[in-house]
Each structure stands twice: as C-alpha cells, then as structure tokens.
Design a protein around this ligand. Structure first.
Ligand SMILES: Cc1cc2nc3c(=O)[nH]c(=O)nc-3n(C[C@H](O)[C@H](O)[C@H](O)COP(=O)(O)OP(=O)(O)OC[C@H]3O[C@@H](n4cnc5c(N)ncnc54)[C@H](O)[C@@H]3O)c2cc1C
Length: 414
C-alpha cells in the first residue's frame, strides 16, 4: 500500500501529482472464495478489512452492485456519536467511537474526525427531564454527557434562535461526538482491505443464493456464480429483499431518508445541533456547507431521492432554529434507502442458515457504527459465534421479544 504522509504529498505536489497509485484494485470475480461479502458500503468493506487484518483471511471478496459507497455510506450526514440510552447500545456505539478516534492512524488515511460536540436540545420542562434521564444513563454507562442551561447553549451556539415556537429550555452535549468524512471512511477501508488481498468487485449484483439444504454455499451474481463457505449480507435498505431470496423474512421497513446542503459559507457553526421537537439536525462541513437532515419519508420506498413534503419540513425547521440560514441557497438534496427495525437497533450476527451472516437494520444511524460493525462481524465469521458486543442484536431477539428499543435515543429521524 502506498503510504500517505506529509512528505509524500509534498513530493507529489512538486511533480504535478504524477505517480500516485490507485487507492484500491478493481478486482475481477473469481469462482470461489472463503468469504463473500455482499455490499460495498462501509460495513461490508470494514468487515473485509478486519477479516484480513485481524484473522489473516486471504480469500475474501466484497461484491458491490454499483460503486463502493454508492449506498448510504456515501449519502449520510456523517454524525458520529455514542450517546445512546441502553447499556447494550452504549457499549457497542462507544466502542465504535473509540475505533474512529484512531482510525486515521490505523488506515493511514485522514478520515477528518472532528469531535466538535453533539448538542441535543430540549424544548419543554418535560423534555428536559427526559433529556436529564437520558444523559444520566449515558454517564452511568461510562460515556461523556453534560447538561447545558439555556444560557450555556446561547454561549456555545450564538447564532441559534432560543425562542422557537417551543422555546429551548436546555439540553445536553456529548463533547466526543461530532462528524467525520464519509467518503474517506469508505475509501480508507477499501484501500486497507485491497492492500491485504481482498477482492473488491464493483458492478457485480447478487441476484440469488446457492444452497444445499440449510447451508448457503455461494451466490448467483450478474457476473456469474461464486461458491463460498461464508456469505455476509451487508446491503442496508436492500436487506429484506435479498434475504427473502434465501427464504428469510426480516422485520425491516425500507424508507427514504434525505439530507441536503447549502452553498458553502465561512465557519459559523462548530457544534452538531439536534432538535427532536423542532425536528431537524444541523452541522457545518469542513467545506463550509450547512448540512441538514430530519425525518424519513413516511412510506416504504427504495428510491435514493426524497419527497418534497419532508424536504420543506426540514428546511422550515432549520430556518426556525437558525433564522440567519434563510438567506443561503440550497445546493444539493439526496436520499438513501434506510433499513428500519421495530426497535431501531441493528440486526447482526448469525442467521438460521449455516454459512449466512447478517449485518443490517442500522436504519438512520449506522455510519457511526462502521468500525465496530466491521470488527465484530469479522470476529463472528472467524469464530463461528457472535462477538459479545453484538450478541444482544441477534435476529432471534424478535422471536424472544428481547428488543432494545432505542427509538427515543436514535436522533431525530423517527
Ligand atoms: C440521508 C442519510 C443520513 C444519514 N445520516 C447518518 C448520520 O449522520 N450518522 C449515522 O451514524 N448514520 C447516518 N445514516 C445511516 C448510515 O448512512 C447507514 O446506516 C450506513 O451507511 C449503512 O452502511 P452499510 O454499509 O450497511 O450500507 P450501504 O452503505 O448502503 O451499503 C450497502 C451496499 O450494498 C449494495 N447492494 C445492495 N444490494 C446489492 C446486491 N443485490 N448485490 C450487491 N450489492 C448490493 C448497495 O449498492 C450499497 O452500496 C444516514 C443515512 C442517510 C440515508
């Protein structure tokens, strides 16, 4: 792998940037692999990387129907935090945040992690009580969370309008939360995996599974048949459709979640602001764009574009919170097909079919989980049993009723 450093950048810039090698190899499909991972998003690529890095797997392929990062991993708003409510979620997401904190060094790629703080707002005394309960739960799980008064919020975010139609009465902040660069995360895992011998095959759509009784033995793709000992389903919003081909019914609803950015402006907002009541969340990217998101469209959809009503509601909410943004022009709007479970927690680990593993159900919040998702899935495949951190997120929890209902703590999306 070509090493990126200050000196290599300087040297290349003096020679008109000639001589850079491609970050990863666009591989051709082979007829057999030990592990086939379906889906070249962050989770699929991270799983491949950790399988090769930690467990020495040398016969791994990531099959992506379009280009890597073309799904939700390249479409999200990049919020990275671990301020969840339940101990199971706190443990998993905080492990992920810790991996993010050293990811740039591990992968020799600047993932632009900016721990600028994620501020959650409360718009009534009742909501403030709930927020206090939430912040206490986070602290009891060993994660940072600090309550802020209205005055402290004013000082922290001077451009915010505290007198929205439900006035802001306080909130809490996770200082270690923030944003990172989603394309960099996808590309750094792809580069790391490729350097360790993983085949990344783009434009390769998986249509069906090969099976022998209750064992999955490979996949049927647009480029031909591939046999494999282990097959991993890591396709986010398309999970239920593809799992149905293997005869598995997943408790997943797929909806379009949209986001949008304004034209770039000078730095005005150095905190991620989340308002579940006014119903929007906002940050400013390193390029200066104001990045905005809110709820998912209220109907099932596999389209990677959102509807006008949600777009209008998001902009109205953002402008109410930040009246000064009303003068900015909207530059881009897009959406991704998100995979939402009944308890808004992911589904990870083994399936009833031998040789088939699953990683999905992250819905609107799986970007922050990419490092831990990849690491724990690699462990699960290598050891044939679920990693302790993902044991509570098994598919069979829905049969047992052991739900981890993170609905209230899952941001503003639903
Ligand atoms: C607008 C928006 C904002 C979001 N904001 C945040 C946020 O701020 N913070 C956060 O933590 N999360 C956020 N998320 C959620 C997050 O983006 C996802 O949970 C995460 O990226 C899922 O990663 P993944 O690798 O599982 O899926 P994806 O990145 O979607 O990758 C799945 C891949 O599978 C491929 N695929 C599908 N079917 C097939 C097939 N049959 N054969 C081969 N390949 C196939 C797709 O092309 C895709 O590339 C947001 C999502 C959206 C849409």
């Amino acid at each position: 792998m070509q090493k990126y450093s200050f000196w290599s950048l300087l040297r290349r810039s003096l020679s008109a940037h000639r001589g850079w090698k491609p970050a990863f190899t666009d591989a051709s499909l082979k007829p057999h692999y030990e592990v086939v991972i379906i889906g070249g998003g962050g989770h699929g690529l991270a799983t491949a990387y950790y399988l090769a890095k930690r467990y020495g797997a040398r016969s791994v392929a990531v099959l992506e129907r379009a280009w890597i990062g073309s799904g939700n991993s390249g479409r999200n708003t990049q919020v990275t935090r671990s301020n969840y409510f339940y101990p199971e979620s706190c443990a998993f997401y905080d492990h992920s945040l810790k991996l993010y904190e050293s990811l740039g060094r591990e992968l020799n790629f600047n993932v632009m992690l900016s721990q600028r703080g994620v501020l959650g707002l409360a718009h009534s005394e009742h909501e403030l009580e709930m927020v206090r309960r939430w912040a206490n739960a986070i602290v009891m799980n060993g994660i940072d969370a600090v309550m802020l008064t209205r005055e402290e919020i004013r000082r922290r975010v001077p451009i915010i309008n505290l007198d929205t139609h439900y006035p802001i009465v306080g909130g809490f902040i996770q200082e270690r939360g923030g944003i990172s660069r989603h394309d960099a995360v996808v590309w750094s895992y792809a580069r790391g995996a490729s350097a360790l011998g993983v085949d990344i095959v783009q434009n390769c759509e998986v249509h069906d599974f090969l099976r022998s009784g209750d064992r999955i033995t490979g996949v049927e793709t647009s480029q031909g048949r591939v046999r494999a000992e282990h097959v991993v389903l890591s396709v986010a919003g398309h999970s239920s459709v593809l799992a149905a081909r293997a005869g598995l019914a997943l408790p997943i609803t797929t909806m379009a979640l949209q986001a949008m950015v304004t034209e770039p402006v000078k730095p005005v907002l150095d905190t991620v602001v989340v308002s579940p009541t006014i119903h929007a969340y906002v940050s400013q990217s390193d390029r200066g764009e104001i990045v905005m998101g809110a709820g998912a469209d209220g109907y099932t959809s596999y389209a990677q574009r959102g509807g006008i009503p949600q777009l209008r509601a998001t902009i109205a909410a953002v402008v109410e919170l930040f009246p000064c943004f009303s003068r900015l022009r909207l530059m881009r709007q897009w959406a991704g097909a998100v995979d939402i479970t009944p308890d808004t927690s992911p589904i990870m680990g083994l399936t009833p079919l031998t040789g088939l593993y699953i990683n999905c159900g992250f819905g609107t919040g799986g970007y922050k989980a990419i490092p831990a998702g990849g690491e724990t899935m690699a462990y699960t495949i290598a050891n044939g049993k679920p990693h302790p951190l993902i044991k509570p997120f098994s598919l069979e929890r829905f049969a047992r009723g052991a739900l981890i209902d993170e609905g209230a703590a899952a941001g503003v999306a639903h």
